[in-house]
Design a protein. Structure first.
Length: 248
């Protein structure tokens, strides 16, 4: 008697790992390389009607401002990317060994450099999101999403599906900074609103922090990786709670 062939049941990734309804994300960046800073300084142009002495004075001031905000240049490295979904929280660290670090509720993936970190991040996003997963963040439209896309392109890595520009409606995105203006008369006309301001307005307690985003490049130079990851996780947890309250 010949046995009837049996086809094994194939379990797909989406069957075993349902996609997230939302993903709150936040990045921390380090200083751009010196050549990129110099290029940005050279690109500054003074109005043609300025006097030479005015041009030189302002050139020096602009150069100082560019150096102070070198972490915002396109060439600046992404040091870490924290993601909190409705299912889990994962911190992608591209700075190597963290040293002693306790982040309750977080899984930490450490990688030797930015490229390896982004490759792992891309795999996570492809596995945990689909075209209706909401991408959430504070100023996520103005900073985090374009910065992420630029990082993948710089390293010639394929963009995760949720980050690809699409015709039509595109990936759902909720920017808590701009959305907050719909909840506030006081700040509705502000160009930018800090995460601390929004958390305070919603009565969300924040741990005392002795650093801000502007301190991250210095902390990176000093090798304080754990401090950077902790700061990132605190901001993401606050943003996630703000999002839940806004969408409740």
């Amino acid at each position: 008697m010949i046995a009837t062939p049996h086809t094994a049941h194939v379990v797909t990734l989406t069957q075993t790992m349902p996609v997230a309804r939302f993903v709150v994300l936040d990045l921390e960046t380090g200083d751009a390389p010196e050549d990129a800073i110099q290029a940005a300084i050279r690109q500054w142009k003074a109005p043609s009607n300025w006097k030479p002495e005015t041009v030189e004075k302002n050139r020096a001031e602009q150069a100082e401002k560019i150096r102070e905000k070198a972490a915002l240049l396109d060439a600046s490295p992404i040091l870490c990317a924290g993601l909190r979904s409705d299912r889990e929280a994962v911190m992608f660290n591209g700075m190597g060994d963290t040293g002693p670090l306790d982040l309750p509720g977080w899984t930490i993936e450490s990688h030797p450099d930015e490229c390896a970190m982004l490759a792992a991040l891309g795999q996570w996003l492809n596995a945990h999101t689909d075209d209706v997963t909401a991408l959430v963040g504070h100023n996520v439209r103005g900073f985090d999403l374009p910065k992420l896309r630029g990082g993948f392109v710089r390293h010639r890595l394929p963009l995760p599906a949720c980050l690809k520009p699409r015709d039509g409606q595109g990936q759902p995105v909720t920017d808590t900074m701009s959305l907050f203006k719909s909840f506030s008369m006081e700040h509705r006309d502000d160009f930018a609103v800090s995460l601390d301001v929004v958390a305070t307005a919603f009565g969300i307690p924040r741990p005392k922090q002795y650093v801000s985003g502007a301190d991250v490049p210095r902390l990176h130079r000093e090798g304080q990786i754990a401090a950077i990851l902790t700061y990132n996780a605190i901001d993401i947890d606050a943003t996630a709670e703000i999002y839940r309250r806004m969408m409740a």
